[in-house]
Design a protein around this ligand. Structure first.
Ligand SMILES: NC(=O)N[C@@H](O)C(=O)O
Ligand code: NI
Length: 166
């Protein structure tokens, strides 16, 4: 085993474990109220969309991602200093998440790896370091809500990480 690669085993994603990095988006565990004459449960305000910098605006996009192989070998993490970024699977795709708290230096001891269960999405808080979209098993389709506008909104931090499943 190489000594300069951070070895992680992905843990099941929970809102509590993810709280330092952003929010988990999940209609099974979130508060709701009824609308539309009782036909619809509104799971309301599940994540904080953050946009900053010059002429910021909120973008809604769809990512169609090819699957990654496991163990997942990473050479960097990225962050968006001007906005949050949310990923919601459209067909119950599972994906791997690797995160570190916001800050200019990543402490390897604070890096965490998670696996979603297919029904969960995430919102990375502004500045949270994360691996790029890493869907498992099959091509994935994700609704993405993040920040557009002027300025540089993607920093990369070189760090070697290998993520395995339990
Ligand atoms: N570059 C881009 O839009 N996507 C990345 O930020 C990512 O987190 O996948
Ligand atoms: Ni990103």
């Amino acid at each position: 085993m190489s000594t300069d690669v951070l070895e992680l085993t992905a843990q099941p994603l929970t809102p509590e474990a993810f709280a330092a990095f952003g929010e988990v988006i999940d209609s099974r565990s979130s508060a709701h109220f009824m609308i539309n004459a009782g036909r619809t449960r509104r799971h309301h305000d599940l994540a904080k969309v953050e946009v900053a910098g010059e002429s910021p605006r909120v973008l809604i996009s769809i990512f169609v991602s090819q699957p990654v192989t496991v163990p997942l070998e990473l050479t960097f993490l990225e962050r968006h200093p001007l906005g949050s970024q949310a990923f919601m699977p459209l067909h119950e795709e599972q994906f791997l998440i690797v995160v570190a708290p916001p800050g200019d230096v990543i402490d390897p001891a604070e890096v965490r790896a998670f696996i979603t269960d297919g029904r969960q999405g995430v919102n990375y808080r502004i500045g949270t370091w994360h691996a790029i979209q890493s869907v498992l098993e099959r091509e994935g389709e994700f609704l993405v809500v993040d920040r557009g506008g002027a300025g540089h909104n993607c920093d990369e931090y070189p760090i070697a990480i290998r993520v395995s499943l339990e």
